[in-house]
Each structure stands twice: as structure tokens, then as C-alpha cells.
Design a protein around this ligand. Structure first.
Ligand code: CUA
Length: 308
């Protein structure tokens, strides 16, 4: 190689180095710009603990939207296959919302459409972010981490409405709760069960078993079985009305005793079902909470029923 060729190569090397250096610098500037101006939301996570401990802690044991003072709101949200709890968040325009989010089982995502909120939810970790909803409308919440068969049905929504509408709705709801005219079972079903078992109770062939024409048989075979399924989940092959299923029903132990009892009563009366016994009572649920069973134990319990 001549000296001249050598110099030419060195010149090109320097140019490439300079170009890649410029690109890195540009990236840093873009990121700094989007953080400062666009306010991209990078969730702050607060260290790890065991998921069980976290879920028992104060507000995560009862995921909800709470109205704080001066237009601020707090959402404590829990994701699990395949749902978000709370699944619907209703807010007035201008609401500044602090989100505290976690996952109960595996990695899920929490992306709010039309915003720059997009975080990962990990079991044992709390993701925190704050967002102000300045525009009325419906914002879909989606899970953007593949988490299993019904991942695409893992949805939630945020409804942002004019302040007056919000206040009216809130007062009506408070009055309905006070008057006892809220159907807790139906609300619980629509918020937590429809992603898999569907609005019509028919499930999804091959993936999620039907509750229609089936739940009363389970109640008849063994009254406590359905409560066990909700508290502890169910995993492993089962046969329902002649069809095989081999999926996972997550545990719903975060629901209150009343919600568990009422959602079962709803399922046993919906879609032409008729219950095979008395309505479930919250005390029955409370009595079965301390058993510490695993989803596989519930599958064994299910096999003993010998339903085909
Ligand atoms: Cu949860 Cu995908």
C-alpha cells in the first residue's frame, strides 16, 4: 500500500467516525428534546418486592380510581391475564391522574391511546406515572406485551367527560349505591370476565369454556367448587360439554367476598341459565379464603366431579 492510499483510508475513517459521532449527538438531542418538550412518560419503578406482598398492600388489594382534592385523581391498577383492574376509568376533563400500576402474574403492558403513556408492568414492581387529560373522549388502554391466547382482548378504557357530566354521573352512582340498585355481579362480570368468557357467556371455542348451559351443572355437582375456581384459579386439561380445554383461569382473589358471590349469582342467572341452588353469600366466600390452594388443586377438584 502506498502512503497516498494509506492517507486516503485514514481520511475516510475520520469522516466515518465524525459522522457516527454526529448521529449519537443527534439522538441525545432528540431524546432530551422529547423529554423536555413532549414530556414523554418514562415510568419510575420503585424497586422490587414479592408480588403477593405488594398485592396485599393497602390500595392494590382494592384496585380503583380515587378522587383526591383539587381535580387530582389516583388510580391503583392491577393487570393480570387478560384484564386490567379497574377496566374502566371515568374522569372529568382536566383531571390530573397519578397512576400506580403493577402486574399480578406476568409481564403486561399499559398503553393509553392518544397519549404518550406506554409502560411495562412487572409483578412485584410498581410503575408510577402522572398524566393530565385535557381533552374529552374515549382512550383505549391496551396491553402491548404478548401475554397469551387472549392478549389482544386485554383491553380497558378511560372516558374523559365534561366536568358537569362527570359530577352528575358521580352523584347518580352514589345515590344508586345508597339505594342498593347497583348490580354488583353484572358490573364485576363486565369488568373482569368478558375478555375470555365473552359478553354472551359462550366463551371461545377451544380456548375459554362457556359458562352458559354449564355453570349451573358445576354448582349442582359441588356447591363450593365455583368459589374455589374464583379464589384460586384453574389450570390443566378439562372437558366442558364434550369439548376439551387446556388453559389457565387466573385467580380472582383480589375481588371482595361480595363481588365473588355476586358475580357467581349473575353467571348462574344470565343467558338462560338457572341456578341449581340458593344464591351464594359473601360469608361462604370468606370461609374458603384461607385454604391457600393452587390452580392445579382446583383442576383435581374439577376431575372428581366427572363432568364430560
Ligand atoms: Cu397482557 Cu398482553
Amino acid at each position: 500500500m502506498t502512503d497516498r492510499q494509506h492517507d486516503a483510508i485514514a481520511t475516510w475513517e475520520r469522516r466515518w467516525l465524525a459522522a457516527s459521532g454526529m448521529m449519537s449527538l443527534l439522538f441525545i438531542i432528540f431524546i432530551a428534546y422529547s423529554l423536555a418538550i413532549e414530556g414523554a412518560h418514562i415510568a419510575q419503578s420503585s424497586g422490587r418486592t414479592s408480588p403477593e406482598k405488594l398485592l396485599q398492600a393497602g390500595s392494590f388489594s382494592n384496585p380503583a380510581v380515587r378522587e383526591l382534592s383539587n381535580g387530582k385523581f389516583q388510580v391503583t391498577g392491577v393487570a393480570q391475564t387478560f384484564s386490567f383492574s379497574p377496566s374502566e376509568i371515568r374522569l372529568p376533563v382536566g383531571a390530573e391522574v397519578q397512576f400506580f400500576l403493577t402486574s399480578k402474574d406476568i409481564l403486561h403492558g399499559y398503553q393509553i391511546q392518544h397519549t404518550n403513556v406506554n409502560v411495562e408492568l412487572m409483578p412485584g414492581e410498581v410503575s408510577y406515572l402522572s398524566y393530565t387529560f385535557d381533552k374529552a373522549g374515549e382512550y383505549r388502554i391496551t396491553c402491548n406485551e404478548y401475554c397469551g391466547l387472549s392478549h389482544q382482548n386485554m383491553l380497558g378504557k378511560i372516558v374523559v367527560m365534561p366536568q358537569a357530566d362527570y359530577a352528575k354521573e358521580r352523584d347518580e352512582r352514589l345515590a344508586a349505591v345508597a339505594a342498593g340498585t347497583v348490580n354488583i355481579g353484572e358490573e364485576t362480570y363486565k369488568a373482569n370476565c368478558v375478555a375470555c368468557h365473552q359478553e354472551n357467556g359462550e366463551g371461545l371455542a377451544g380456548a375459554f369454556p362457556p359458562l352458559k348451559d354449564h355453570a349451573p351443572l358445576l354448582q349442582q355437582s359441588q356447591r363450593d367448587y365455583l368459589i374455589h375456581v374464583l379464589l384460586y384459579g384453574l389450570q390443566g386439561p378439562i372437558k366442558v360439554n364434550g369439548a376439551n380445554y387446556n388453559g389457565i383461569m387466573p385467580a380472582w382473589s383480589q375481588l371482595s367476598d361480595e363481588q365473588v358471590a355476586e358475580v357467581l349469582n349473575y353467571v348462574l342467572n344470565a343467558w338462560g341459565n338457572s341456578p341449581a341452588g340458593e344464591a351464594y353469600r359473601p360469608e361462604e366466600v370468606a370461609a374458603l379464603r384461607a385454604k391457600n390452594l393452587k390452580p392445579i388443586d382446583i383442576q383435581n377438584m374439577r376431575q372428581v366431579l366427572e363432568l364430560e
